[in-house]
Ligand binder design. Sequence first.
Ligand code: VGL
Ligand code: ZN
Length: 343
Amino acid sequence: MKTCFDVFDADRDGFLNETEFTELQHHLFRHRDGFHAVSDKQRIDIMKLLDEKQDGKIDREEFQTCWLHWLRQILEPKSALVIVDVQNDFISGTMSISNCPAKQDGNDVIPIINRLLENVNFECVVYSADWHPANHISFIENIKQREIHHTSKVTGGAAKIYDTVIFSGPPIMDQKMWPCHCVQDSWGARYHPDLKVVDRAIHITKGTNPDIDSYSAFWDNKKLSQTNLVCELTQKAITDVYVCGLAYDVCVGSTAVHSIEHGFRTVLIDDASRGVELADINAMKQKLIKTGAVIVDSDRVADMVDATDRRPELGYQAALNVAMARKLVKEEESKKQASSNGK
Ligand code: VGL
Ligand code: ZN
């Protein structure tokens, strides 16, 4: 750590000033063949998050935190692959993606995901499965089972697939309608037989509550409950989450969004994902990029997992995590202080 600090402290004043810290970031965010472009905003935002005393320079004490927490996430990431809903119904069953507006083929993701599983050193692998009871709220076949709220633009009799209906609940629920799919224990809910399933993987089922849909492998659509995915990943000290599978603009995208919200450095594997609707896929990509995720093709993943390829966007997320942890510690300390003052 000391050597690293001294190398970048070019003027030897015991601080890394903005120029010196820029140089460090330049060397940090690189790949096999060169350097990643780091935007001025990215570079300055990262430094601000790590400059605890907010005096425009990184002292030795601040650098110690950088070393232990920020650089560790970047240089020694622990990566999980989350394979979302590669199930029969989405490939050749009742909700085959090939019949959806974007006309993509769910089969295409299988060899790409299998290759990733064979060639990349993931710390852990997660498979999620949409796992609905037969009376699930999202099935158009079940529309008569629930009362429709008077504010719903679409009425029960007129509802078509992809329409959003508002059910009265409680709780009141806006729900996009899909054909019956991934019913628990049915053939359609099984992983596609060609998908490689590795030993010691984590398996997550979602959408099991009949009255609430769950696109993401973390939270249901109303964030009323969580699967145990975040606990599993935290226990394994995972820093980076790679998401792929079906459907890009629905369950893959939602899982990636929640992954970022949990503070995981998040990567969506573009060519290992297929979606329902092109406009929605593009909107999801924009949203993910805006919130700090990285979208890459599968041929880049091995270098990222072994930290040969280090992305500035993920370095920014790592800095956000350091700042968040520091804030929590401070809050905890001031709570303790307040309670001991009160005694
Ligand atoms: C999905 C729609 C409804 C998905 C699940 O896995 O993307 N999409 N249920
Ligand atoms: Zn579903």
